[in-house]
Design a binder for this molecule. Sequence first.
Ligand code: NAD
Ligand code: UDX
Length: 466
Amino acid sequence: MNKKSIRNICCIGAGYVGGPSMAVIALNCPELIVNVVDINLQKIEAWNSDDLNKLPVFEPGLDTVVEKCRDKNLFFSTEVQKNISEADIIFISVNTPTKTIGLGKGYASDLKWIESSARQIAKYARNHTVVVEKSTLPVRTAETIKDILESSEEISDFGMQKEPKSFSIISNPEFLAEGSAINDLQSPDRVLIGGEDEESIEKVCSIYKNWVDPSKIITTNLWSSELSKLVANAFLAQRISSVNSISSLCELTGANIKEVTLAIGKDKRIGDQFLKPGPGFGGSCFKKDILNLVYLCQYYGLHEVADYWEQIVKINSWQQERISSIVIQNLFGTLSNKKLAILGFSFKANTNDTRESPSISISKNLIKEGARLNFYDPKVNEDKILKEFQEYEYEQKLNVFETVLDAAKGTDAIIILTEWEEFHHLNWELIFQVMRKPAWVFDSRSYLNIIQLKNIGFKVWALGQS
Ligand code: NAD
Ligand code: UDX
């Protein structure tokens, strides 16, 4: 088999990972042709939009990279078959959400999109193809992908003459965080490449070596690489649940969570990153990856280990329930006929992604108590917000506004759920004037200037402070 050098890359999945990660490869490897394919036509049209504000993913700096590379060596299309057949390397960046039905429901990853991608590769790839798992997957998924690919000879449909083909599987999980994706991709802490054959590992390494220092490229076996991704996310989420659990103790004891995290973060062994208290972690990754880890531990009979990791998700849900109850209690125990402003709907700042956003679960708790909600988010549009509440009669109860001031008019409370920078620079005096009194601010990120707000006349609750 001719194991030729790489010229043509295909990425299956044009989402939050596929789009930005391939754009950065195209930027740093001008000699490579990078084709990003997706079955979602609307998404592909958005990636090809002349108006760069309409790209389906909002990430600082992404528009500039796309503008530089698109239609030069970076292409977005729905031509899955053609681009698979022309590719030397295929990245699989499809979604792997938690299963909602069947075996492992609520814990295991749903691998149906991985399976369909592997079947398409098996059918349409030609000659030798390196298949790279970029999606986050349960450890040992490469075995399943291999089984599907190895059956390709039987299902090849290139006419009468079956072409000889071969595959190598590489695990190359993505560690980017949303909101800082371009920076994370341009200057990664590390690039992880797991595989079985040296030649394919080297091929994938050679792409990254165009801009990443070789000392940051780690190579391992397949299973270590697959598992490391789940473990990295579990450790990161564990820090957030730890700090959030302590935020509740601070509120009862007079300690201040910001002072506590400053003090512990100075210890080099602990470190000062990822210690911000908040309304619980959101995003498409942490919860699903921990639940996946829990499922794997249960599958291998490690029940104590499974329980240990599951507690991180339980504390996260508890934090969201806790914040909802605090709002209700402070507003005299009832929200009926009260109007509240929800500031921030994305799961963190600098992204338009709302998957598993704490704003969704907290808003639902408040709606159940009878609240009417006014939403404002700088990057999430009205349709996307209202879609989350389809089961409620939201016509009368929910409204989305273009400015914070409009959202605040006539409300009893403002609840800060996403730490957008612009919330630091609001005209709080004016906001106070348009609200019903007593006017409350609930700062679930504990990042506003409380003294300033209190001086204006607000009643303030800030997470982890008393
Ligand atoms: P996403 O939902 O934004 O994108 C996935 C895309 O794959 C969708 O557009 C979907 O239409 C497409 N797709 C599914 N099946 C397909 C097929 N057979 N052919 C063509 N296209 C297909 O998901 P995402 O956030 O980009 O995540 C992708 C993977 O990367 C997941 O496994 C996730 O856990 C992992 N990951 C995500 C992040 C993140 O920050 N979002 C970070 C690291 C890793
Ligand atoms: C995460 C991982 O960081 C990334 O490496 C992986 O590839 C994908 O999952 P992401 O979910 O995009 O990235 O964002 P992240 O910055 O990790 O934030 C996740 C959630 O934790 C957000 O809701 C954020 O607000 C919250 N968070 C983060 C905190 O509450 N406190 C912190 O100190 C950090």
